[in-house]
Design a protein around this ligand. Structure first.
Ligand SMILES: [Fe+2]
Length: 431
């Protein structure tokens, strides 16, 4: 009997391709169904969760050991080594184990500083900071914080970085860590074509006090348990074979829908990332991750344990970021690791499932400026979203994944259609 035939005998899961009307009832229903499906494997939810917890605990101990030896928890690669294919097997293995990395010298420092000045000029000449009153939603309300992230999408700096050859080189390298095709020949994404995903900028001036951004993850909310494609993507977690779960397998991750939210990511990203436009010391309110790419196994099974109320998914709901909390996930905080000191022109990347946060800071030294540019390879989901991107680009609108603020519609100095190069055109689905 093949595995596929065996799976046909597992109890089916109910699924909701749009957010259910009665969230509490749907959560109760899916939890009951998931437990029954796991139980049919002959293991209890507790057995499966304990196995996952041991795997995560082992990762945490590796991270703590690195820290005690004074080694950098985050892998750090030089752009030149990455471009020339001289990254060592040990370095590659560390990226795969940690799910994150810093690319040193991704762009020349002078280039990054010039882009920073361009952002200042672009927002300044259009009076942005004088008129801006705050975020257009409270998406981060579930982690009790407001980021200093601004709804600017179409500057020269952002677009030139997005369509640059250096960015394409790093994105292809990052995509190569993923399994993008199944054994049956299904191609889940094209690792060498990025779907240019427009995101925002962060600017934090010297002297800032910031409460940071609480621990959370970004790939979805209740849809991670409730849509048919995510149920297939996380099939090993939901059928009692959690040991076989591979966070680098893109199967069924690039096709399904995502529950809508005022801030969301419709795109499939292999890695989230940003490019630094200023130097940032690692004690100045920087990004932290829990550098464990298989963390979804822990997060998706945790709510099935009996100490969590039946109508709760450990605080996950729709239209609010997926919170990670000391109440439900205290173990994971031991692994929280800051990025190393960053220089302007470096880029920072983390696996799309990984837990991350931004540390608070008082009286920040220096600037804290980044452009969010992920690796979002061409795939059915990203092709669908590219229609929205094209419209937003041409009209200078906020992309539909973000609050409908549309500041740039009337701005001068926006990057224009005729400035797209071949990579930019391909990324927008124009060729
Ligand atoms: Fe995030």
């Amino acid at each position: 009997m093949t595995l596929a035939t065996e799976q046909q005998h597992l109890p089916a899961l109910p699924h909701w391709e749009r957010p259910p009307g009665d969230l509490a009832a749907a959560i109760r229903e899916i939890k009951t169904a998931l437990r029954a499906r796991i139980a049919s494997s002959g293991r209890t939810v507790q057995d499966v969760f304990t196995a996952v917890e041991e795997r995560i605990e082992a990762r945490i101990e590796e991270i703590e050991a690195d820290r005690e030896r004074g080694e950098e928890v985050w892998p750090v690669l030089e752009y030149d080594a990455l471009r020339n294919g001289t990254v060592t097997p040990e370095q590659l293995a560390k990226v795969k184990r940690r799910g994150c990395l810093v690319v040193r010298g991704h762009f020349p420092r002078e280039q990054a500083l010039a882009w920073d000045a361009d952002v200042v000029d672009y927002t300044g000449r259009n009076g942005f900071f004088e008129n801006y009153t705050g975020p257009g939603d409270d998406f981060f309300g579930s982690v009790g914080s407001k980021p200093e992230i601004y709804p600017v999408y179409w500057s020269q700096a952002q677009m030139r970085a997005r369509q640059s050859e250096r960015m394409a080189t790093v994105q292809s390298f990052l995509n190569s860590f993923w399994k993008h095709a199944s054994d049956d020949g299904t191609q889940w994404f094209d690792p060498d074509r990025d779907a240019l995903y427009p995101d925002r900028i962060r600017r934090r001036p010297p002297g800032s006090d910031s409460s940071g951004l609480g621990t959370h993850c970004d790939p979805g909310t209740l849809d991670l348990w409730m849509t048919e494609e995510y149920q297939k993507a996380f099939r090993h977690l939901f059928d009692g074979t959690a040991e076989e779960y591979d966070p680098w397998d893109a199967a069924h991750r690039t096709t399904g829908p995502q529950y809508p939210g005022s801030t969301m990511c419709s795109a499939f990203r292999t890695f989230q990332g940003w490019t630094a436009l200023s130097d940032m010391d690692n004690d100045q309110g920087v990004l932290h991750t829990v550098p464990i790419p298989e963390i979804m196994a822990y997060l998706l099974l945790r709510p099935l344990l009996p100490d969590v109320p039946e109508d709760s998914m450990c605080g996950v709901t729709v239209n609010q970021v997926f919170p990670v909390t000391r109440r439900w996930h205290p173990l994971l905080y031991r692994a929280l690791a800051p990025v190393p000191d960053i220089k302007a022109g470096d880029s920072v990347w983390w696996h799309c499932d990984m837990i991350h946060s931004v540390a608070p800071v008082k009286d920040q030294k220096g600037w804290g400026n980044v452009m969010y540019i992920p690796a979002a390879p061409w795939c059915p989901r990203n092709e669908r979203y590219s229609a929205e991107v094209r419209t937003a680009f041409v009209t200078g609108s906020s992309p539909s994944d973000f609050p409908a603020e549309h500041h740039e519609r009337s701005w001068t100095g926006r990057f224009t259609l005729d400035e797209l190069n071949a990579t930019g055109r391909r990324g927008m689905g124009l060729d």
